[in-house]
Design a protein around this ligand. Structure first.
Ligand code: R5P
Length: 307
């Protein structure tokens, strides 16, 4: 307990120095409460204002997706390079050691799988469990333009209500679906609807034409999903164009964990997102890390010690 007597007299009040009142710079986020901003600062690197989210929640609709059969083997080496991990609570508890200290974007909607009709979902995680898992963001799929539109918008609103109560941001995820066209008109509408309903961050897809209109029309940060596996250079080009046109990062899965060398790929993506590296240079970085790792693997095969 502080002593009542014998303390140094207070004297340094900084008289004449105005109190600094910094603006919270993340797009659309300045008016949130402290806890919400703190969580968003764990997701979006405060220096670059961007994020590399590593997505490996695919199993919740696709089962053991290629590259995710053994998360302990394939995903663990990537964790240190990500700002935020996008996964389900099942995999988080079972496969991710709680020692990485990374932001968690928890997949909170659940429902149909690829075996039936996608996007028939509910809110599958209660806020208490999200808090128990020290979640920085809660992800909900929303299928604008599909027959599950109203149902999934209700899920989003429910999650936002509970998230706001506890200062946890909600990530609105624009759904995939065969019938949904991924052009700027659709993506612009879908992302705006999610933001208008209060989602603090939106995940969507990149489109080659007019993507800057999608980001401009959305008042909160957009991150892009990678989608199906592309050649590495093409994936880096997509990430570059997306951030260049206003996305504040990526929430990328298959284009990282299905890459020929995932550890090299996540570092190349990071260089694009955080350092604004051009795709060709980032691809060179990818190849350099890849060959460096190959030669290290080879030297591990040689007999050790004095020879
Ligand atoms: C899909 O089930 C998930 O929402 C993924 O997190 C999302 O699609 C991002 O992963 P990818 O880059 O593989 O598309």
């Amino acid at each position: 307990m502080a002593e009542a007597t014998g303390n140094q007299e207070s004297k340094d009040y900084g008289i004449g120095i105005p109190v600094d009142n910094p603006v919270y710079k993340l797009k659309g986020s300045n008016n949130y409460d402290w806890g919400m901003k703190d969580r968003l600062s764990r997701v979006f690197n405060p220096k670059s204002g961007r994020t590399v989210m590593l997505a490996f929640d695919h199993g919740y609709i696709m089962g053991p997706t290629s590259g995710l059969e053994r998360i302990d083997i394939t995903i663990s080496p990537l964790l240190e390079y990500a700002d935020c991990l996008m996964c389900t609570r099942g995999v988080l508890r079972a496969c991710i050691p709680p020692t990485y200290n990374k932001a968690i974007s928890l997949r909170c909607s659940a429902g149909s799988t690829v075996l039936t009709e996608l996007n028939d979902e509910c809110v599958g995680v209660e806020i208490e469990d999200a808090i128990r898992l020290n979640t920085s963001m809660m992800a909900v799929m929303v299928a604008i333009g599909s027959k599950f539109e109203a149902l999934t918008v209700r899920n989003l609103c429910k999650m936002i209500e509970t998230g706001n109560r506890y200062g946890i941001p909600t990530l609105g995820v624009t759904a995939v679906g065969k019938e949904l066209t991924r052009d700027a008109r659709y993506l612009g509408l879908a992302t705006r609807v999610l933001a208008e309903n209060g989602a603090q961050v939106i995940k969507t897809y990149f489109c080659e034409e007019k993507f800057e209109q999608v980001t401009a029309g959305c008042p909160v940060p957009i991150v892009i999903a990678g989608g199906k596996k592309l050649p590495e250079l093409d994936a880096l080009k997509m990430a570059y164009k997306a951030v260049d046109q206003g996305a504040l990062g990526v929430d990328m899965g298959r284009n990282i964990f299905q890459a020929e060398n995932p550890v090299a790929m996540i570092q190349a993506v990071k260089a694009v997102v955080h350092d604004g590296e051009k795709p060709d240079k980032a691809f060179k970085l990818y190849n350099d890390i890849k060959s460096d790792r190959k030669s290290k693997d080879k030297s591990a095969d040689l007999p050790q010690g004095n020879i």
